[in-house]
Write a protein that binds this ligand. Structure first.
Ligand code: FUL
Length: 686
């Protein structure tokens, strides 16, 4: 009796061990990354460079009919770009070798619109060569952006253009050393003959695979990396690296939310790259020198890209000298300092970890905290719990989680709890994890952290780190209402704010902000906030204001007059719209500035609420001194890239014009539905 009991027990243990505990690798679940995608997942942060004729013509989308001579950098120094990029902690750079204007930054045999035709370096220069050399020197990876849309090439819109594009690709991929990423823009407009092109994307990919088999290919739809659906630099809190095959193709409208979130039931691996520019535009515009993203904004982008299962592609628009601008460098340095301080000390390093279940003792929970990304904990249950004991009480506010994506992306949602006052309390609830997920919550003192995971399959986690990242004070927000009153707001209890009106950097010896103040002239306000007895200060924020708007009047030949004043109320959040469904375009909005000014630039702000309806495509502008006799100043201004990047549109006059009345002729809207919206009108006067 006794012996049979023991034998039974022995068999039970054997059966349990062989069914629950195995030393075999857990099976992959769903689609998994290719080797080249896995290598790309190891990157975090790299630079985009937009540079070309647009840098000099001051527009976002060149027409392709510009003279190659407009390209004339005075002090181009690719070594400086690479140094700045390396010092920023970036791992590589992708340059616009050819943007929509068709201008090639290398002397392509297949185009007559290249650096060779420009006077820069007597036509002997090659920007790609300079950058490739600098990348080799600073050990940066080199990537190329090539726009299939070409507004210059005579073959565009015919079958032979696809071959031209492949030839150009081949030149770029065979002459400049290893290329780590090829970036195909989805934009597809008309070429010089008014025709659009059907792109041979599979053929383009073949050329890349042939000459640079390790390079990843980006487009809205891959095949290796997908666009994140917006140009603001935001991945979603739900971000699957998997998508349904065939759901996307480059330039497909109306799928931006899906691009951002991916598909939980996706059948191919297509992770997100999160792209944004350090300034409002992708190309350099002098009037944006004070609009460089603040360190706070960049930090926010970091958490929403690197921290949300994406890689961060940050654009640096090289300026007309051919250099990365000082203001951009300062912001990059600020982000680098933050990252270094925030993530250098992992408080969970080599602490003890325990879990609800393990798939096998070859994949124990300690593997999550050993800082070795090749080892992992594998659970045997789709819902599981991880507990970390930090060894002693510590102040923490951030947890980094990483799935071992070689075996697929599994976690659907997770909750973080910390032990406080004798019990666990929830501090964070998140959705997907993927390659990397940063969970940031208000700081708390604790010794124990519990993470509840819910997966499509048993979670496989290879890294868990815990940090106490610096809390950054919010940046001041400056606004001026139509009456000329300037308000400064800081999203923090009891900030002390100082400001200047002479363009200098504010400190505690400048004006103390005690409430809205009158500033009804042209000039610049700069503000900085302090908290905690001046031990912490914010970014400096700069706002340039032109003539005030209280004497302005506005009327229109379409739309509802009640909302017209919203165009000049100083508030970016309010919009005017012509009557939807009334096919009112073309129509005019007429502005009376109440005084004669020397007008340099007219600035039109598109709607900022991330809705698409009513976006303008083209406007014209006429000016008048008396409101009776008009002179047409701008025949056709294109709202370039308005759907993806609805930033302020600066319509620059060829030279300053003396006028009091401005007629904005709304000629065409993007959707062709003949109705329009705008958020705000501003002027820049001389
Ligand atoms: C967009 C382009 O149209 C913009 O000009 C910019 O190059 C951006 C990165 O991609 O589709």
């Amino acid at each position: 009796m006794m012996r049979s009991h023991i034998r039974l027990l022995f068999y039970c243990v054997l059966i349990t061990a062989s069914s629950c505990m195995t030393s075999r690798m857990p099976a992959a679940f769903g689609p998994v990354p290719s080797d080249r995608q896995l290598k790309w997942h190891q990157l975090k942060y790299y630079a985009f460079i937009h540079f070309g004729p647009n840098t000099f013509t001051d527009i976002e989308w060149g027409h392709g009919d510009e003279s190659p001579d407009v390209f004339h950098p005075t002090a181009l120094d690719a070594d400086q770009w690479a140094r700045v990029i390396r010092d920023a902690g970036m791992e590589g750079v992708i340059i616009t070798a050819k943007h929509h204007d068709g201008f090639c930054l290398w002397p392509s045999k297949y185009s007559t619109h290249t650096v060779r035709e420009s006077k820069w370096m007597d036509g002997k220069g090659d920007v790609l060569r300079d950058l490739a050399d600098a990348c080799a020197k600073y050990q940066l990876k080199l990537g190329v952006y090539l726009s299939p849309w070409d507004r210059n090439h005579p073959a565009y819109g015919t079958d032979s253009y696809n071959d031209v594009f492949k030839d150009m690709l081949e030149e770029v991929l065979t002459s400049y050393g290893p290329i780590y990423e090829v970036w195909f823009d989805g934009a597809n407009g008309e070429g010089p003959n008014g025709k659009k092109q059907v792109y041979d994307f599979p053929g383009f990919a073949e050329v890349v695979r042939k000459h640079q088999p390790d390079a990843v290919i980006f487009s809205d739809a891959g095949p290796d990396i997908r666009w994140v659906g917006n140009e603001r630099g935001y991945a979603g809190s739900v971000n699957w690296s998997t998508v349904r095959e065939g759901a996307f193709y480059p330039g497909i409208p109306g799928v931006n939310d899906q691009l951002q979130a991916g598909h939980e039931d996706g059948d191919i691996w297509l992770p997100t790259e999160v792209n944004t520019s350090i300034r409002p535009g992708w190309f350099y515009h002098k009037e944006e020198d004070d609009d460089v993203k603040s360190v706070n904004q960049l930090v926010d982008n970091w958490y929403h890209s690197v921290g949300m299962n994406g890689n961060f592609l940050l654009n640096l628009p090289v300026d007309t000298r051919g250099l990365v601008h000082e203001n951009d460098i300062k912001a990059l340095q600020g982000l680098k300092a933050y990252i270094d301080e925030a993530f250098s000390k992992n408080l969970a390093s080599l602490t003890s970890a325990s879990t609800g279940t393990i798939y096998s003792d070859k994949f124990p929970p300690e593997h999550m905290v050993d800082e070795d990304l090749q080892t992992f904990w594998a659970s045997s249950n789709s819902s599981d719990v991880v507990e970390i004991d930090l060894g002693s009480e510590m102040e923490i506010n951030t947890v980094l989680l990483q799935e071992y994506i070689t075996l697929g992306q599994r976690v659907r949602s997770f909750t973080i709890e910390v032990f406080k006052d004798g019990q666990f309390e929830i501090v964070f609830e998140g959705n997907t994890i993927g390659n990397r997920r940063l969970a940031k919550f208000p700081k708390v003192v604790t010794q124990k952290i519990k993470i509840m995971l819910d997966g499509k399959a048993p979670p496989v986690i290879n890294n868990l780190e815990v940090f106490r990242v610096p809390e950054r004070l919010s940046s001041p927000e400056l606004s001026r209402e139509a009456g000329g009153m300037v308000s400064i707001h800081v999203d923090s209890p009891d900030p002390v704010i100082y400001y200047t009106l002479d363009g200098s950097e504010p400190d505690t010896s400048d004006f103390l902000y005690e409430g809205p103040f009158v500033f009804d002239q042209k000039g610049t306000v700069k503000a900085r906030a302090y908290i905690e007895n001046y031990t912490q200060s914010s970014d400096v924020v700069t706002r340039a204001f032109d003539i005030p708007k209280h004497h302005w009047n506005i009327r229109s030949t379409c739309g509802n007059d009640d909302y017209l004043r919203q165009l000049i109320d100083g508030e970016e959040g309010t919009i005017w719209r012509s009557n939807e469904n009334h096919a009112e375009l073309p129509c005019d909005v007429i502005l009376d500035l109440g005084q004669v000014v020397m007008l340099e630039t007219l600035s039109l702000l598109p709607r900022q609420d991330h809705r698409e309806g009513g976006h303008l495509k083209r406007v014209a502008v006429a000016l008048s001194q008396d409101g009776v006799n008009w002179k047409q100043e701008i025949l056709d201004f294109e709202f370039a890239n308005i759907l993806n990047n609805p930033v302020i549109q600066n319509i620059q006059l060829r030279q300053p014009v003396s006028c009091r009345y401005i007629k904005i002729q709304l000629t065409e809207d993007l959707a062709g539905l003949n109705w329009a919206t705008l958020a705000e009108i501003d002027v820049i006067t001389n």
